[in-house]
Write a protein that binds this ligand. Sequence first.
Ligand code: C2E
Ligand code: MG
Ligand code: MG
Length: 621
Amino acid sequence: MVHPSGFFEDMSAHRAPKPAFGLSVDGWTVRVAALSSMEGQGPLQKVLHEASLYPVYQPIVNLGDATVHAHEALIRGPRGSPLHTPDALLRAAAHEGLGFAFEYACLAATLRSWGQMDVPGRLFVNISAAVLKQLITSQGADALLKLIGDLGILSRMLVLEITEHERVDDMDSLADVVAQVRSAGVSLALDDFGDGRSSLRLWSQLKPEVVKIDKYFTKDISQHGDKLKTIQALLQIADIFDTSLVAEGIETKEDLRVLRDLGISYGQGYFLGHPNPEPVQYLGTDAKRVLGERQIVVFPELSRATPNGQLRNIALIDAPTVSADTSNDELAACFAEWPSLHAVAVLDREQPVALINRAQFMNEYSKLYYREVWGRKPCVAHANFQPRLIERDHSVDDLVGILTSEDQRYLSDGFIVTENGRYVGLGTGNQLVRSVTETRIEAARHANPLTFLPGNIPISQHMDRLIKKKVRFAACYADLNNFKPFNDYYGYWRGDEMIRLLARLAMEQCDPQRDFLGHVGGDDFMLLFQSPDWRTRSENLVQAFNTQAVGLFDEAAKAAGGIEAEDRHGLLRFFPFTTVSVGAVVIDGGRFARAEEVANLAALAKHDAKRAGTGLFERAV
Ligand code: C2E
Ligand code: MG
Ligand code: MG
């Protein structure tokens, strides 16, 4: 059916007014000339005809006081139809050339629905930058004012969320339109900030009252230090421009805790409330509980995760390989052809089974009569059948394990690099040492290079956050006993292993959302527990460490119960196994003003604990 007079006029002429189009407000009857020439009806055109668009409402929550601050209206097409979701509707609108008519219909349906309800708080409505421009330039902001007024909505309760702002090519004219909208008392929000090409310039030029941060940045923020830092930067910009931020897409309590503690004013997402035809007045109990918590969450560190894939940065040696039946003469010829090759791998099909060291092989091969007697025999007689195999995605920790192991042949033989168990090339011991060192230097910029745990600066920052929120927490200072003689006796690589053992066991005793573990330096660690059972956790740490540390001593020491080593005065004496002492102070919310005071108390508690021997010692404050 073709409607010669245009879509909207046709609606009022032939049908009883339906909600979306029953707006008989002068100046707001939209003529969509393009429609009159359309042959037949597309699926969206039909939806518009039937006025079957309706909004659902999702709460926007004040994260400070856990109240429902506003609702965002999200449009829906007929339930159970292919045009139910906004994405499908928007695609159909583009396909059928109905962009403007569709968005106008959404706005009208939403405002009408909201006007009929008596819901406190503001209403956020989506509109694309292009349609907003078209609407205001053709009809003027006064018409918008009259429309919302006639529907019983106060202009100051309306916020237009500008979507698809990345498509704006003429920013100055959009700024003009925005100024007109604002003079009508309506507020502006930038939607999905950070998505696509949405620009900082738009934020700076339009000065929206609200910026909604795209869900990309909130999803799993509790695990990603980089997302957290991005939001912190956005908070600073918001402060400069005096903008309120809304974090979109909050789906879990873990993410909500981080956003709450960052001081984001408002949040939206399934965890706070799903889109619903009925607006809600109050927050659900789960969300309320999280927002009412008296504790703070541990922020994710940028460098907490051990970097993987270090070998990807190492230039592999694309070396020839031999098989088990390659002869000594053939191998010698191969080494002659590749003068700088330090070793070759012996493969069984694609699987490396052994490594032959060039120097060792040539040493034998050049002996008198060797060629005559052994030349045609298989070269594997010289192979090391336990070569170092390293997968390309090895973590740095694993690589460090190789550097600290007793088998130091990797220094002369190098190692074989594999991918899913298949040979891909050779590496040298030098490269391995360099790669680990470089990774540690990089990590040192953010955290302790040995354990990748947060260092002194983040420890103080976390303490400050605890003090500011007046939270009750236990500051536990852990330190090793008889560590120096162990380190002197077995070397610092093995000493590092002992420190990493303490780090790993301490981490196991922490609730990752509540308890913070920092590495002060050397064998000193700081645990900041909010978990009420911190005593049990500390005792578990002491017990686990004291048991497992014995494993780092050699058999003779294990039998003797310790080692003979020099003391501080250079005198040989017996030192029992290394153990850990934990000095604790319980800080009751609000008693201290600075992290330094707490750190000093914890250090005193550590001294008490060491004097008392091994184990946990609590110092009264
Ligand atoms: P938007 O304005 O960014 O709306 C938020 C979208 O995220 C909504 O999808 C909402 O249901 C969804 N959402 C809310 N909480 C969560 C969450 O925790 N996790 C995830 N993954 N998603 C969440 P919806 O309703 O499908 O809308 C999609 C987009 O369609 C909107 O994105 C908006 O750009 C557009 N849209 C919706 N209604 C209208 C309208 O009336 N007019 C116009 N022009 N565009 C609209
Ligand atoms: Mg939106
Ligand atoms: Mg959005």
